[in-house]
Design a protein around this ligand. Structure first.
Ligand code: NAI
Length: 245
């Protein structure tokens, strides 16, 4: 499905990004693992290489313009092209609005919104020159419907929807498709920080009565990146077990 395609995945060292890297590798892709987590990123690179995948871990902080440009340059040097960019890196710094430190607002915007913009700005010219590519962004049900205690996060995930729709319009004529996923609550390090009673409520409200697994989001990324999704552009795909209907 992805044989010899080159996929750059940010935030690839853990959670949904790691599951996505493994799935793309299993389907024949060459994967660039971009993350600030050196230990986990290197471990994943070794694991994938042992399985016969061409994998490259790069220390990339998506907040840093020079590191993002370097990610694109090193990917081109090693693999010669970028077929898929998955803007998956994201963080939370939760707090009620009236107590939210400005620094927590800026931190989340820097990674979840500016990071997504910078990675796409650096990778898009490569895709334009190639005559095509796929860009996939991580939104969230929180970006669609809001969430108590997540002013900053909700703003970024709603912002990602705006970016996705704008780029779908701007880049579509160049053969580049741009889509986003909007996961519900998925079992990763990110949701491990959420209090148990809240997760319990989420499960009760979800028709499937459970949280999602990282692999269940990865499969949607795989589909959207593949030619099977060749006429899907500007879409926001919920992956939430029916939490929001
Ligand atoms: P995670 O916390 O398990 O993994 C996030 C990865 O991003 C980590 O490896 C981390 O080192 C990396 N990262 C953080 N800051 C970075 C930076 N500045 N530069 C590069 N890498 C950085 O998170 P998870 O759950 O896998 O989330 C992945 C994406 O999916 C995020 O954008 C998140 O907002 C989104 N999402 C997650 C949901 C969930 O329930 N877990 C639900 C909806 C969306």
């Amino acid at each position: 499905m992805m044989t010899d395609k080159v996929a750059v995945i940010t935030g690839a060292a853990n959670g949904i990004g790691r599951a996505t890297a493994r799935l793309f590798a299993a389907h024949g892709a060459k994967v660039v693992l971009a993350d600030v987590g050196d230990a986990e990123g290197s471990a994943l690179e070794s694991e994938l290489k042992e399985g016969g995948t061409e994998a490259l871990f790069l220390h990339v902080d998506v907040r840093q313009e020079d590191q993002v440009q370097e990610m694109v340059d090193k990917t081109l040097k090693r693999f010669g092209r970028i077929d898929v960019l998955i803007n998956n890196a994201g963080i939370t710094r939760d707090g009620f609005l009236v107590k939210l430190p400005l620094v927590a607002w800026h931190e989340v915007l820097a990674v979840n919104l500016t990071g997504v913009m910078q990675c796409t700005k650096s990778a898009a010219p490569v895709m334009i020159q190639q005559g095509g590519g796929v860009i996939l962004n991580a939104s969230s049900v929180v970006g669609l419907y809001g969430n108590i205690g997540q002013t900053n996060y909700a703003a970024t995930k709603a912002g990602v929807i705006g970016l996705t729709k704008t780029w779908a319009r701007e880049l579509g004529a160049k053969g580049i498709r741009v889509n986003a996923v909007a996961p519900g609550f998925i079992e990763t390090g990110m949701t491990a920080k959420v209090p148990d009673r809240i997760l319990q409520t989420v499960k009760e409200r979800t028709p499937l009565k459970r949280m999602g697994r990282p692999e269940e989001v990865a499969h949607v990324y795989l589909f959207l990146a593949s030619d099977a999704a060749s006429f899907i552009n500007g879409a926001i795909i919920p992956v939430d077990g029916g939490l929001v209907l």
